[in-house]
Design a protein around this ligand. Structure first.
Ligand code: NAI
Length: 465
């Protein structure tokens, strides 16, 4: 296979940015251009001050610093980057449809289709088009049809190369991937195209970690991986509810079952529920696909993962209200954490949004603190739900930059993200400042429960009675 010298990636988001930064870092002889139609985002990627990069990931700014301007470029000139590249990654967003057939379930592929059309229109030489976005199984067929429809005398090959990085550990995950997956046609040209992409990852990963399959297996593996991961969270969360009634402790259970090598110990932490842009969207998509083939039992099975997750978020919020003597109207409640997990500024589908919305419906006064999320984002997340007016959201919820200010004079503290810094607060000082009885609802089981109790807090932990 020919050596790739020029890569274009369409979409400079949470996936396109970090993955391309690492490819550029590890393959200094390849020019990597990441393009986006969002000018603000591109400007932020080009910002001299590395703290201003559009996304926060541990280790990302160092990688960008090393490669940017050398062989890593960020640009809004999409056409130029496509024309120059031999390999084009599509890494645009594929959100859940909000209209029409499949509304609330199916993946909205309009951005992906636009990319395919643009590639078809401007290309003047052969291209390998790589699906990096998470896509429904069989999308490669549609992309190929669009690419070939211009009737140009050039060859397009479509590969599937889903991304398995987790936000918060993106750079570590990319540097030391458990595996990368490349799917493509199993004919001579398809295998050649696969090999071109294998060569790129082989710059820093051993060949055993680079799995190749047919294109449909690759597409469906990504949805399956996310469904399995989310399923573990919902499974342990289901048990957490049972623990609260029986005297069992969910962390002890996780430890006990995780010691079984068939189960494994990771991803067994009970919590207020999973969030993030992917799990829910990808499971809904899987459910939709299963139903579209008439596989009702399959669809129902996976849909239950979402039902359980919604239940867990609601259950946590209800517990806050019930414990605070069934009324929180006018009570100040601190919300620590807004990001969907620690070490990211991403708030998409964060459990905090839904818990806050529930508490606001009960007219609580929320004081929100998150180390990385900006106030505009927090208000935007709430406004998006359309539960109440924008004015009311701003009247009832205040965002602060000092956690102690959030907790001062509060009736209760809720922990909604597992940020490490929460463990190290001066909890004695917090206790002195709060209304009594002072409650802590730890939705991530991160604080030292015994310590809090010894200080005088009344505590609620998921999965403990
Ligand atoms: P994102 O929303 O952060 O980034 C997508 C970017 O694509 C946006 O900046 C948008 O402006 C740009 N874009 C959309 N249409 C465009 C067009 N026609 N031309 C140029 N730019 C365009 O999305 P994110 O989180 O990076 O996700 C991208 C894909 O990767 C999704 O399919 C997602 O499911 C998948 N994925 C996401 C992971 C994550 O942790 N966020 C992990 C693994 C996969």
């Amino acid at each position: 296979p020919k050596k790739i010298k020029n890569i274009c990636c369409i979409g400079a988001g949470y996936v396109g940015g970090p993955t391309m930064a690492v490819i550029a870092q590890k393959c200094p002889e390849i020019k990597v251009t990441v393009v986006d139609i969002n000018e603000q985002r591109i400007a932020a990627w080009n910002d001299k001050i590395l703290d201003n990069l559009p996304i926060y990931e541990p280790g990302l700014s160092e990688v960008v610093k090393e490669a940017r301007g050398r062989n890593l470029f960020f640009s809004t000139d999409v056409d130029k980057a496509i024309v120059e590249a031999e390999m084009v990654f599509i890494s645009v967003n594929t959100p859940t449809k909000t209209y029409g057939v499949g509304k609330g379930m199916a993946a909205d592929l309009k951005y992906v289709e636009l990319c395919a059309r643009q590639i078809a229109k401007v290309s003047t030489s052969d291209k390998i088009v790589v699906e990096k976005s998470t896509l429904p199984v069989r999308t490669a067929q549609s992309i190929k049809t669009i690419l070939d429809a211009e009737g140009k005398d050039i060859q397009f090959k479509v590969l599937s190369n889903p991304e398995f990085l987790a936000e918060g550990t993106a750079i570590e995950d990319l540097h030391h991937a458990d595996r990368v997956l490349i799917g493509g046609d199993q004919d001579v040209d398809g295998l050649k195209a696969i090999q071109c992409l294998v060569e790129i990852y082989a710059h820093w990963l051993t060949k055993e970690r680079i799995l190749t399959t047919n294109v449909w297996s690759s597409e469906l593996s990504k949805l399956t991986a996310n469904a399995f991961l989310a399923q573990r969270v919902s499974s342990i969360n289901a048990i957490s509810a049972l623990c609260e009634h029986t005297g069992a402790n969910v962390d002890e259970i996780a430890n006990a079952i995780g010691a079984d090598s068939r189960i494994g110990s990771k991803f067994l932490k009970a919590s207020v529920g999973f969030g993030g842009s992917c799990f829910q969207k990808d499971i809904l998509n899987l459910v939709y696909i299963a139903r579209s083939y008439g596989l009702e039992e399959v669809a129902d099975y996976w849909n239950q993962v979402i039902i359980l997750n919604d239940y867990q978020k609601r259950r946590f919020a209800e517990t806050v209200v019930n414990t605070l003597f069934n009324t929180i109207s006018g009570k100040k409640i601190a919300v620590l954490g807004w990001a969907f997990k620690k070490d990211t500024n991403d708030t998409r589908e964060s459990a905090a949004i839904y818990v806050a919305d529930y508490l606001l419906n009960e007219q609580a006064e929320l004081m929100v603190y998150d180390p990385k999320v900006k106030p505009e984002q927090i208000y935007a997340d709430l406004d998006y739900l359309n539960t109440r007016s924008e004015e009311e959201n701003r009247r009832l919820l205040t965002v602060v930059t000092n956690p102690y200010e959030a907790m001062d004079d509060a009736h209760a503290v809720t922990i909604l993200t597992e940020w490490d810094e929460f463990k190290n607060y001066d909890w004695k000082k917090v206790y002195r400042g709060m209304k009594k009885p002072a409650f802590v609802f730890d939705g991530r089981n991160v604080l030292e429960n015994e310590l809090l109790k010894s200080i005088g807090f009344l505590t609620f932990n998921l999965g403990r009675s």
